[in-house]
Structures are given as C-alpha cells and as structure tokens.
Ligand binder design. Structure first.
Ligand SMILES: [Zn+2]
Ligand SMILES: [Zn+2]
Length: 133
C-alpha cells in the first residue's frame, strides 16, 4: 500500500502516513523513551508517577511504552500503570482484573445469550491474564 496523507494521532497534524504518528512526534517519542529508559536504569525502584515527574514524560506515554513491550515490567518491581477503564494501578494487560471480568461478561452477553449455562467452566479473564504474567 502506498503511503497516504492522514492526521497524526498525537498532534493532529496532516502528514504522510508511514507510521501512526508524524516524524516530529516520532522523534519526540523516541527522546521521551530514552529519558524514561535512562531514568529507570538509574532508579529501577521508581513508580510510574516518579518517573513521570522526573522525566516530564506523561504517565499515558510511559504506559504506552510498557504496553508495547519496550519497558519490561519484570525489571522494575514498583512500576504499575493505570487500568484503561477505572484507573486502578495494574502490572499486566490493559485493564485490571475486575474490569477485564466485566468486559468479558459483556462479550458473553452480546454473543452467547442462549448458552447461559455453558460459561460456568470456561470462565472469565483467567487465560488472558495468566498469559501476561
Ligand atoms: Zn504529530
Ligand atoms: Zn479497572
């Protein structure tokens, strides 16, 4: 596919779509990542809030680095990030366990209303969550 014009998902600027953000934002994001990575290397016991305060990179952006696998949680015992839905601090997946359970329930209700009894055994978010542990 040939690159098309699109709006950058970070700054809304019109740009040639070769990645999902424009070059300027990409550069900025890389700088931010290096700052965060350098800070964590020096202070591996930091929380996400401390990292954000010290590097001036937003919690949301640090969370993206974590979710995209660029920051490995296992190396940093105090690092947690907010659940996508309720803001509870979590270390795995995109949402906390109770939000995942709710999302799963919603899925089950929309798709399988007739199979009320069958969801007892293959239940909830267990598989998904352990996958990320
Ligand atoms: Zn941009
Ligand atoms: Zn939640």
């Amino acid at each position: 596919m040939a690159p098309q014009l699109g709006n950058c998902s970070r700054c809304r600027k019109l740009y040639l779509r070769i990645r999902n953000i424009c070059d300027e934002c990409y550069q900025k994001q890389e700088e931010n990542f290096l700052k965060v990575a350098a800070y964590l290397r020096e202070y591996p016991g930091s929380t996400i809030q401390e990292v954000s305060d010290e590097t001036l990179v937003s919690v949301v952006e640090i969370r993206q680095f974590i979710l995209s696998g660029r920051i490995i949680m296992g190396d940093f015992p105090n690092l947690t990030y907010p659940c996508e839905t309720c803001g509870n601090l979590i270390r795995t997946g995109k949402a906390c366990k109770s939000c995942m359970a709710q999302i799963n329930q919603l899925d089950q209700h929309t798709g399988k209303e007739k199979k009320e009894h069958s969801h007892e055994k293959g239940n909830k978010a267990g598989g998904y969550i352990t996958h990320y542990l």
